[in-house]
Each structure stands twice: as C-alpha cells, then as structure tokens.
Design a binder for this molecule. Structure first.
Ligand SMILES: *[C@@H]1O[C@H](CO)[C@@H](O)[C@H](O)[C@H]1NC(C)=O
Ligand SMILES: *[C@@H]1O[C@H](CO)[C@@H](O)[C@H](O)[C@H]1NC(C)=O
Ligand SMILES: *[C@@H]1O[C@H](CO)[C@@H](O)[C@H](O)[C@H]1NC(C)=O
Ligand SMILES: *[C@@H]1O[C@H](CO)[C@@H](O)[C@H](O)[C@H]1NC(C)=O
Length: 202
C-alpha cells in the first residue's frame, strides 16, 4: 500500500514507470505509452488490435510505421488516397492536425506533396512546376487518381506550422509525405511517412 501511494505522489517528470510491452511486433520505447500502467501518460499512443497508432487532434488514428527513441522521432503513415479519387481519407477533417498541447510536432524532414489544388496555390512559394516531386507520385498506383491535377511539393520546415498538414475541398484535396527525400532517389525508394518528433520529458 505504501509503495502504491509513493508512486502516486512522485512528481510527474520522474520516469516512475517502465517502458510498455510490445504492441504486435513493435517495441513501445519510453516515454511512449499505450496504457495507464506504463510509459508517460503525456506521450499516449494506441495499440489497437496489435497495430500501433497515433491519434490526431481530430480523433483519427494514423498507423505508426517506425520509432527512433534516441532521436525522439516516430513516423506515421500518410492517410490513404481513396481509390479512383484524388481525396485523402482525412479530407473531411481537414487533413492532419496534432494537438498543440501535446509534446509532439511535425519534424522538418518531411517533403509534403499536395494534389488537386485550386489555382491560387500558384501564388504560394510552393514548387508546382513540371519537375515537382508530385508529378512522380502520380505514376505510383496510389497517386494515379491525382494524375493531371494541379500539384505542388514543399519541405515542411520551420517556416511553417509544425502541427498540421491541411487539405480542404476548394484548396488541395489530397496529400502525401516522404521523409528525408533526396533529389536523386528513385520514386520506388521513397520513404513514405510523416515524421513526428517529441519533446523529451524533463
Ligand atoms: C484484429 O486483427 C485480426 C488479425 O489481424 C483480425 O482478424 C480482426 O478482424 C481484427 N479485429 C478488429 C476489431 O479489427
Ligand atoms: C522544383 O523541384 C524540383 C525537384 O526537387 C527541382 O528540380 C526544381 O528545380 C524545383 N523548381 C523550382 C522552381 O524550385
Ligand atoms: C478535386 O477537388 C474538387 C474540389 O476542390 C473535387 O470536387 C474533385 O472531386 C476533386 N477531384 C478528384 C479527382 O477527386
Ligand atoms: C518541434 O519540437 C522540437 C522539440 O521537440 C523543437 O526543437 C522544434 O523546434 C519544434 N519544431 C517546430 C517547427 O516548432
């Protein structure tokens, strides 16, 4: 009993709890948490039926593809583009948004591609040229519904909000993201994902 009480009154920044058990085949390194009994509750992710997932501010789950605990980073899967359309599956919710009160943000290594954009995107500094990476993605099965639409790419660096990737009807309706893209990389080696980083616990 005394032990339980002392655990409860420990200041929250002390890593009082251990790493969580695996979820399916994936390790859940500290401070990430999949339940009340392990990890740090501020770093909550979800183990849904053996699949590790990240919950967005709008309540959508994105599959976690990999975790790099020493770099404080994890990569989530971009939403799928609904077959035979050019609409991301999270379009109705405006794309991806992270809860700004949580210690996660979008890292600066993501190249985001936007598809089926309205003309006023051309006023932005995004790369919408015929050599944009987005034109290569149209040749990939999943992007084929976006073929011929106005598309652009940009590096999601520190000059942008680091808590969302926005899509909307009348703006751009689909997106994908590649981590750490290099100009010489062939499209079939792209590392699709949205890399998030977390602020380590104090
Ligand atoms: C959980 O996963 C198993 C095996 O992958 C699958 O057969 C089952 O339908 C899933 N259940 C739910 C609720 O998604
Ligand atoms: C657009 O991106 C491509 C691929 O990175 C690059 O080769 C090209 O120079 C860029 N164009 C502009 C206008 O920035
Ligand atoms: C492109 O976006 C418009 C709305 O902005 C939508 O009506 C249209 O269906 C989209 N195109 C495709 C191929 O999904
Ligand atoms: C995201 O969070 C990290 C710390 O976790 C911080 O160093 C970085 O500046 C943040 N990035 C942006 C673009 O706000």
């Amino acid at each position: 009993m005394f032990l339980i009480v002392s655990l409860l009154i420990l200041p929250s920044h002390v890593p009082a709890l251990d790493a969580c058990p695996k979820c399916g085949s994936m390790n859940v390194p500290y401070p990430l948490s999949i339940g009340d009994n392990c990890g740090n509750p501020r770093y909550r992710i979800y183990c849904n039926n053996g699949t590790l997932e990240f919950l967005s501010a709008q309540g959508l789950y994105y599959r976690i593809l990999s975790i790099n605990p020493s770099a404080h980073k994890l990569v989530i899967s971009p939403p799928m583009i609904v077959k035979n359309t050019c609409c991301s599956s999270d379009l109705a919710l405006g794309g991806l948004r992270l809860d700004e009160n949580l210690p996660f943000n979008i890292s600066t290594r993501n190249t985001v591609m936007l598809f089926n954009c309205s003309d006023n995107i051309l006023l932005s500094p995004l790369n919408c040229s015929s050599t944009s990476y987005c034109r290569q993605y149209e040749e990939v099965e999943e992007g084929s519904g976006c073929k011929g639409t106005l598309c652009c790419h940009f590096l999601k660096d520190t000059s942008m909000t680091s808590h969302m990737i926005r899509v909307r009807v009348g703006g751009c309706t689909a997106y994908t993201s590649v981590v750490n893209i290099k100009p010489e990389d062939p499209v079939d080696t792209w590392n699709y994902g949205i890399e998030l980083q977390w602020l380590p616990p104090f």
